[in-house]
Design a protein around this ligand. Structure first.
Ligand code: ZN
Length: 129
């Protein structure tokens, strides 16, 4: 597992694990999305579940270039919970998506995140485009 491979940090977390830096978790359903995401815009999200110690396990990391809530709604049924962050530009959402992809290696992400068509973005972690 990823968690055991990470260096310990200085917080009082019970076990050492990477942090997503996202808001949530919230339930991945219409009400959960509607009450959590109140603004239309680009964003980054993870899907996953929580164990009894409130440790969140990331199954998938995604991004929306225009409307995060709409993208999350299209994922309803694929997982239990989500976390998210909204940005003002799709590039910021892409950078965060790449960071989470490399930190968590989510099992449902077969391919590296792809840049928005018509841009020359590169992953800040590995240089992939
Ligand atoms: Zn990369």
């Amino acid at each position: 597992m990823v968690f055991e491979m990470m260096n310990s940090n200085l917080t009082n977390e019970p076990i050492s694990k990477p942090k997503t830096g996202l808001l949530g978790p919230y339930r991945l359903d219409v009400d959960g999305i509607g009450s959590a995401v109140r603004r239309r815009g680009p964003g980054t999200y993870v899907l996953g579940y929580q164990d009894f110690h409130s440790t969140f396990f990331v199954n998938y990391v995604g991004r929306s270039d225009r409307d995060l809530a709409a993208d999350l709604k299209s994922r309803i049924g694929s997982d239990i919970l989500f976390k998210y962050v909204l940005y003002s530009t799709p590039l910021e959402a892409f950078v965060k998506q790449c960071e989470l992809f490399h930190s968590f290696h989510p099992r449902a992400n077969v391919l590296h995140p792809t840049r928005l068509d018509g841009t020359n973005w590169r992953c800040p972690s590995c240089g992939s485009k």
